[in-house]
Design a protein around this ligand. Structure first.
Ligand code: NAD
Ligand code: ZN
Length: 354
């Protein structure tokens, strides 16, 4: 029985970040427990860090998203740090403030504080058994939809894969479009394309149903308007949330499956890796790839080319394995017999184009 889930509480509007403490109090019954803020280190320079108003018992921890995308060991280390500082006493709430990377870190910590072992043990589908600590998303970069999805994506020792679980969904989100104004243009574009690609993949996939489709369509239309007509940050932030609602209840597809190999082996960040791949998927997403190319051209984006040149056969093998790991997404795009259509040889030919 597949139950559709959405983030139950959303506070939206320009300047609403100032209401964060009041929102936490409103959403979660107060106990003598403390809050944990996990904030992207970039916010020392945007000024957001200084706007936090933690109570004395609260913890403010950082994730440096400029360094890299999150690893499972980051989650393990943060949980150890919380344990060392506060012992077995669990926090009341975890607040994740940043882009998709930081929002995923907060999801991971909320899960691993109540589930034993390492984050790597939960990469996969529905492996989490214990209820997570409640969490609030505060996106400062829009597009991944992490504020609304049921996954938290990490690179582990052997794979890049999400913790896909009902416990990965945020309990609340504070959406303040003003927080997007400091994002550099290139980053804004690539993370925006992640949203566009989510919507295209979700919309075309068989995992989609009539309940999820309007979210994908509306989010995609807003992203196109934003990059081809006029930048409206309020609409754009909503588009990320809607895109997240759409994939939370469906699936991504072949682009994401191929892009995980590009990210894992070549180290490209998610939005760039997806753009490198999507650029060559006319055969699957025709019109939408043309629309994508229009946006790339209008914003003078240089999508990396020739990135797979010089890869060893072992690296290619690993990329094929990683692609097939996203089985659910490939089934959604290509059907249950996806390996007959997307053979290892075909994957290599697609990678060669990139
Ligand atoms: P990110 O979180 O990796 O951040 C990219 C850069 O933007 C970093 O340098 C960061 O410091 C900076 N940044 C963030 N907010 C800023 C602001 N307001 N001003 C200035 N700089 C700012 O980027 P992303 O594209 O949002 O997230 C990518 C990550 O999200 C990947 O790890 C990917 O796997 C994951 N992801 C998760 C989901 C999900 O559903 N959970 C979906 C898609 C992608
Ligand atoms: Zn994505």
């Amino acid at each position: 029985m597949k139950i559709t889930r959405f983030v139950p509480k959303v506070l939206f509007g320009e300047g609403r970040f100032s209401d964060l403490n009041a929102f936490i109090k409103e959403c979660f019954t107060q106990s003598d427990a403390y809050s944990v803020y996990i904030i992207d280190s970039v916010h020392h320079s945007t000024g957001l860090y200084d706007r936090l108003k933690p109570e004395t018992q609260d913890l403010v921890l950082e994730f440096d998203a400029s360094d890299r995308e999150p690893k499972t060991e980051d989650i393990d280390n943060l949980c150890t740090a919380i344990l060392e500082k506060r012992g077995e006493r669990k926090p009341n709430v975890i607040v994740g403030i940043g882009g998709g990377g930081t929002m995923d870190v907060a999801k991971g910590v909320s899960i691993l504080l109540t589930n034993p072992g390492s984050a790597a043990e939960y990469q996969g589908w529905d492996l989490v058994t214990e209820k997570a600590i409640p969490k609030i998303a505060v996106p400062t970069l829009s597009g991944t939809g992490a504020e609304a999805t049921r996954t938290a994506v990490f690179t582990g020792p052997v794979k890049k894969l999400g913790i896909n679980s009902n416990y990965s969904i945020y309990d609340a989100a504070l959406l303040d479009p003003d927080l997007l104004l400091s994002v550099p243009a290139d980053q804004e574009f690539y993370t925006g394309m992640d949203n566009f690609i989510h919507c295209v993949e979700a919309y075309h996939g068989s995992a989609m149903n009539a309940l999820g489709k309007p979210y994908a369509m509306q989010a995609k239309a807003i992203v196109e308007d934003f990059f081809l007509k006029e930048k409206n940050y309020a609409d754009y932030m909503v588009a990320s949330f809607l895109g997240g609602c759409s994939i939370a209840n469906s699936s991504v597809g072949i682009c994401h499956a191929l892009s995980y190999g590009i990210a894992f082996i070549l180290g490209y960040r998610h939005g760039i890796a997806n753009s490198i791949v999507f650029n060559h998927l006319e055969a699957y997403y025709g019109e939408d790839v043309l629309k994508f190319k229009q946006m790339v051209e209008k914003h003078n984006i240089q999508i990396p080319q020739g990135v797979t040149r010089g890869l060893s056969s072992q690296q290619i093998e690993k990329m094929i394995d990683l692609t097939y790991m996203l089985e659910r997404d490939l089934i959604s795009t290509l059907g249950p017999q996806f390996k007959e259509v997307l053979t290892p040889d075909k994957i290599v030919r697609l990678y060669e184009k990139m």
